[in-house]
Each structure stands twice: as C-alpha cells, then as structure tokens.
Ligand binder design. Structure first.
Ligand SMILES: C[S@@+](CC[C@H](N)C(=O)[O-])C[C@H]1O[C@@H](n2cnc3c(N)ncnc32)[C@H](O)[C@@H]1O
Length: 339
C-alpha cells in the first residue's frame, strides 16, 4: 500500500482548495520564490508549492504533523530499499507471537482490535529501538513513523479523528503498514514545530499563507492518539477517549483570546503578501463551531498591513452533527503588504 501526503483524514485540510488558492495567487499576479505555511496541518498546501519549485517554510504546533513534514518534505538522505524491507518484515508479524504493550494496554477494545493494537505497539517500539541502535538514520526514522501514523489512521474505529471512538467493538483488520510515497523536489524546505506566533517573527518570506483554527475545537483533542504514537513517550492516558496530558499543544486560537492572538500574528508577519484562509462557520448553531474572528474583524486586522482583496468559493466542510450549514463559503483574503 502506497501512501501520499493527502491520503489522510484531517479536519480543515485544504486538499480540495489547492487550485482555488493557486488561481487567486495568479489572479493577483503575485510573483514569489518563498512560501510560508505556518499552520500547515497535513502540509498539502506547502507541498503543492514545493512541487512547483518554490522554497517553503512549513510548521505546525502538533509534533505528529512535523514528523510527516520531516518524512515527506525534507531533503535529507534515506535508503528506500532499507525502509521498504523493514516495513515488509513488520507486515509478516503474527499477533499471536507479540506480547501486550503500551499501545494494546491503552488503545485496544476502543480504537483498535487487540491483535492489531499489539502489532502497532510492537512496531512503534521497534522503530525507536532501530533508531537508538543507529540501524536507521533520522529521515528513515521519520519515514517509518509517518508510514505507521498514516496506516493506523486508516483502520481506526473512528469517524476520522480521536475525540471519541465508534460505539461498536473494533474489528480485526489484519493491520498492515503502507509505505510513504516520497518525491524529489527542486525547492528547499525549512521545517518547524512551534507556535506560529513565535515563528513568524524569525522568518521572512514572499508569501505567508495563514490557515489557523477558527473555533473552539482543539486539534490536540482530535489527534491526541497520533501525537502520542509520534512522540512515543508512553504517557498515562485518561478518561474514555484515552487522551494524554496535552497542555503544551492546546492552541490559543481555540480560546477566548483568539482575536488578540490573530492580531499579534498578522502584525508580526514579514512578507510581501499575506494570504488568509477563512470560512463562514460563524453562522453555526453549535457554540464550539462559532468563529472566533468575524469577517469584519478579519478585514480590519488585515487592512492595517495593506490592501486587501477577497476571493470566495463554495466548499463542503466537516460537520460534527449539530451544525447545519447548507452554503459554506471558503474565502481567501489576500493582503498586499504596505499598499
Ligand atoms: C485548519 S488546520 C490547517 C489545515 C492545513 N492548511 C491543511 O491543508 O491540512 C489548522 C492547523 O493549525 C495548527 N495550529 C493551531 N494553533 C497553532 C499555533 N499556535 N501554531 C502553529 N500551529 C497551530 C493545528 O494543529 C492545525 O493543524
């Protein structure tokens, strides 16, 4: 099974909006060599421009996303045959021969079947051992973890995130690990894992693309399990959803001070153009889906940095059940800084 950067369920990913973003950039006649994507999520937007030969700055507060960028978007050396051989060996493992472990103790009977969970936990531990014993280099380490993250996500007993698991026993899926498809890019990539508000003070780009969360729903809650597997520090997990402590990855953009945090971000960006993705969930009925920053706020904040143009399209979006919006508009605000 080959895995590509976009073969992943991720709330708010812009996979289907890449042409919309590219068209808007062309419409504005923006010429650029460097592209920043500091709330990069899956990384698909940055990857799109890296593939076109641009240099990218890619970042997310979640380590599980950083691991994927280091696997797919980095220029460091790796041995493809070696990685494929290791994955092949993992896929031959028989659950009956594997002992219980951290992953099966915590994530079987909820997100995974016991036999799949034992295999997943064994593989993650083995990747760490291989890295510590210097059998694999850093890039190979990231490629193996990413391949594991993408593969376990495909068989999880969920609707696509880990806020909760489905109300049925997880089925045995005979877990097999796929291989991340890796391309060679001409552009350079600079990869970060930090709060975007700090990072923007240190980088200078032609185009800065901004796609933060706009409501109270924390990505750290949606993807805690992937974050846990990516770090593999085996922390205690709590309550029904089995989340670990995650204070350091809770986003200020999902709290009541979001508007001030956003203003601070925009003020500190060093770029010729600032492009902001925005959608109109502010009409939503569920309080956790209400936008923290209104359309008017957005215009006022960006106007302080330069001239603003707005592009919009219709786009289907994630719906948690309570929210019922027929017309969902996805917008892009393009700010020509200093005009
Ligand atoms: C709407 S998603 C981005 C989706 C992305 N454009 C894509 O196509 O996959 C918002 C992202 O911002 C990240 N995030 C939230 N607060 C952040 C912060 N303060 N600094 C950096 N990233 C943050 C979340 O982890 C999430 O991945």
């Amino acid at each position: 099974m080959e895995l590509n950067i976009e073969n992943r369920r991720y709330i708010g990913n812009k996979r289907k909006l890449l042409n919309f973003i590219d068209d808007a950039i062309k419409q504005e006649d923006i010429e650029f060599n460097t592209f920043g994507d500091v709330f990069s999520g899956t990384g698909v937007v940055a990857e799109y421009f890296l593939d076109k030969g641009k240099d990218i700055y890619v970042n997310d507060i979640l380590y599980s996303n950083y691991v994927v960028y280091k696997a797919i978007l980095s220029n460091e050396k790796y041995d493809e045959e070696k990685v494929k051989y290791i994955i092949n060996e993992y896929n031959k493992l028989k659950p009956a021969n594997i002992k219980e472990n951290y992953f099966s103790d915590n994530f079987s009977g909820n997100y995974y079947h016991y036999d799949d969970a034992k295999k997943i936990g064994f593989i993650r531990e083995d990747i760490e051992n291989k890295y510590n014993n210097k059998e694999i280099n850093e890039r190979e380490h990231y490629i193996l973890i990413s391949s594991l993250l993408y593969s376990i996500d495909k068989i999880a007993n969920t609707v696509g995130h880990y806020e909760s698991f489905l109300n049925k026993e997880p089925e045995y899926k005979n877990f097999e690990m796929g291989f991340m498809n890796l391309k060679k890019y001409n552009g350079k990539s600079y990869i970060f894992n930090e709060d975007a508000n700090n990072l923007v003070k240190r980088i200078d780009v032609d185009v800065m693309y901004i796609d933060p969360p706009y409501n109270a729903r924390q990505y750290a809650n949606f993807y805690h399990l992937l974050e846990n597997v990516a770090h593999w520090e085996k922390p205690p997990v709590f309550n029904k959803a089995k989340k670990m402590k995650r204070d350091s990855i809770m986003s200020e953009y999902c709290k009541s001070n979001a508007k001030a945090v956003f203003e601070d971000l925009i003020e500190n960006i060093k770029a010729k153009y600032i492009i902001v993705s925005y959608n109109n969930t502010y009409e939503a009925k569920s309080t956790s889906s209400i936008n923290s920053i209104s359309y008017e706020d957005m215009i006022n904040i960006l106007n302080k940095r330069g001239k603003v143009s707005i592009y919009e399209t219709d786009y289907k979006f994630f719906n948690s059940g309570k929210t019922n919006l027929d017309k969902h508009k996805e917008r892009l605000f393009i700010c020509k800084v200093g005009e």
